[in-house]
Design a protein around this ligand. Structure first.
Ligand code: RIB
Length: 316
């Protein structure tokens, strides 16, 4: 059965047996709360520092799982990153494909300013040890129409996309952080793009949301695009179809992982056969709740929090 372009397989009991693999980064996030972002030549005292479990990959796996999806995580850590694997386990994510390398775990140095905005310096560490051979071993365990979720914080993404496509997996790409590695990918192989305005502009050359979607649909007519616009809400494109949803009025404490929360909740909603508009609404609410809490994966809300929250919708 195909729903919104994603094919779902059913067991006798009527439950979905489609598998979701998230091949993604695991980072130790060091979050420094600052009055303003440090300027060139300035030495700035942080108001506080805290350590969190992060990485776009880990955050998205936690969000997928919290939202009710069954997810396998693959990726690399060093011996200093076992607690990240534990975090995934606690969140009911299958970690049997996570590999330990003899290098430090990836980490992120994150400044969060008084308005809740962040800026991030990444050190790839074990995330950059992903080889074609390891990826092939993992992908061998999946089959046609299973879903691969991918971001841009690990090595070998080009090879992973090629292998997954050859195997017939449906590929969800969050092209974040945007850099030259995305330009090397054959984006015709992507089933779903989950991107923000900056990533959309880098791929299409325009910063106008409607034009981003039109150009994406011209260039990649078989793909679907979810374009998140922060305060201005979110847009969805599939062929000629366009769907918009607004944003929610919340006080931003820390925007880290808002996008990851959105991605996890949106993909999980599709797997539940939710209609797109409802999926956008649910994912947007989850992301809004995530920005009102400090930290990355720990700020991802539970489904009951999302379903019971009373938030004011803007820009709809
Ligand atoms: O998307 C947020 C994530 O980006 C953080 O958790 C940090 O690790 C960086 O990868």
């Amino acid at each position: 059965m195909t729903i919104l372009g994603i094919e779902f397989k059913y067991t006798d009991g009527g439950r979905t047996s489609m598998k979701i693999l998230n091949f993604g980064s695991l980072n130790i996030d060091w979050v420094y709360n600052v009055d303003h972002f440090v300027r060139p030549g300035e030495t700035l005292s942080a108001l506080s520092v805290e350590r969190f479990c992060g990485g776009k990959g880990l955050n998205q796996s936690v969000a997928l799982s919290k939202a009710g999806a069954s997810v396998f995580h693959a990726g690399g850590i060093g011996s200093d990153g076992e607690f990240l694997k534990e975090k995934l386990k606690e969140s009911n994510v299958d970690v049997s494909f996570v590999k330990v390398f003899e290098v430090p775990t990836g980490n992120a140095f994150i400044q969060v300013d008084a308005s809740g905005q962040n800026c991030i310096i990444l050190f790839g560490g074990a995330n950059q040890e992903i080889t074609k051979e390891y990826a092939q071993e993992v992908i061998n365990n999946f089959q046609e129409n299973d879903i691969l979720v991918l971001q841009n914080e690990i090595s070998s993404i080009n090879e992973i996309v090629t292998m997954a496509y050859e195997k017939g997996l449906q590929i969800v790409l969050n092209p974040s952080p945007m850099n030259g590695k995305i330009a090397e990918l054959d984006l015709n192989k992507i089933t779903y793009f989950m991107m923000n305005e900056i990533e959309g502009e880098a791929i299409t050359g325009t910063d106008e949301p409607d034009k981003i979607l039109d150009i994406m649909m011209e260039k990649y007519p078989h793909s679907k695009v979810v374009l998140t616009l922060g305060d201005k809400g979110v847009r969805y494109a599939e062929g000629e179809k366009r769907i918009a949803w607004g944003s929610y009025d919340v006080t931003a404490v820390d925007t880290t992982s808002a996008g990851d929360t959105f991605t996890g909740y949106f993909i999980a909603a599709l797997a539940e056969e939710m209609e797109i508009k409802k999926a956008l609404e649910r994912a947007s609410k989850a992301a809004a709740l995530a920005v009102s809490v400090k930290g990355a994966s720990n700020s991802i809300p539970l489904p009951e929090e999302v379903d019971n929250c009373r938030l004011i919708l803007k820009n709809n």
